[in-house]
Design a protein around this ligand. Structure first.
Ligand SMILES: CC(C)(COP(=O)(O)OP(=O)(O)OC[C@H]1O[C@@H](n2cnc3c(N)ncnc32)[C@H](O)[C@@H]1OP(=O)(O)O)[C@@H](O)C(=O)NCCC(=O)NCCS
Length: 167
């Protein structure tokens, strides 16, 4: 019961914003810190700051009450799809539906822009993330050298799968 109350409070405190370049530049150390416990992660400031088509329209940040960064999705437009480059939630706040909230907002934007597909890459050993993506109806579309899985999904289907599972 105690845990549920805390979770609800955390969810309420979280706000989803479009990621802009100035915010990212000013808080990039927080973005780097969030990824620190995650295997294979290596992005530094220069990786986060790269300009890509659609990046400042489709990348989102989840912030707490003090505008502190608690999660993010870095995405850009690749061909006619949206590609997720990074999707991270602060370790202590994982499993509290913040990821689902970010993904839902990304899907809303994709649907508004008639984007047909969302793609991403995930290491095959990241079993929890792959489980999450599969439940969000991402399908495996290939495997790259080094054990990286390529996955894709339809925005409306992702959103429906998340909403159908909502409590
Ligand atoms: C994957 C990730 C972004 C999901 O965000 P989240 O806020 O934890 O996820 P939500 O609370 O919205 O959804 C919970 C789901 O995520 C899954 N999940 C994946 N990794 C998890 C983790 N480390 N801790 C808790 N839940 C995790 C749970 O199984 C759960 O699935 P279910 O609700 O369908 O049973 C987040 O857990 C994370 O940052 N993981 C580490 C970084 C990572 O692996 N990113 C993906 C790289 S491609």
């Amino acid at each position: 019961m105690e845990k549920k109350t805390n979770s609800t409070k955390r969810e309420k405190d979280c706000r989803i914003k479009t990621l802009d370049k100035i915010f990212l530049e000013n808080s990039v150390h927080e973005f780097i810190n969030i990824a620190k416990d995650v295997k294979h992660e290596y992005w530094q400031k220069e990786h986060f700051m790269i300009d890509l088509p659609g990046k400042w329209e489709y990348s989102l940040v989840a912030v707490g009450a003090k505008n502190d960064v608690i999660g993010y999705v870095i995405a850009s437009k690749k061909d006619s799809n949206i590609h997720i480059h990074k999707f991270m939630i602060k370790k202590s706040l994982r499993g509290l539906a913040i990821g689902k909230k970010l993904l839902t907002e990304l899907c809303n934007r994709c649907m508004d822009a008639r984007i047909k597909t969302v793609t991403l890459k995930v290491y095959q050993d990241n079993v929890r993330a792959i489980g999450f993506y599969k439940r969000c109806l991402f399908k495996r579309i290939g495997v790259e050298k080094g054990g990286i899985l390529r996955m894709s999904a339809v925005p409306k289907q992702i959103k429906d799968s998340i909403e159908n599972k909502a409590e």
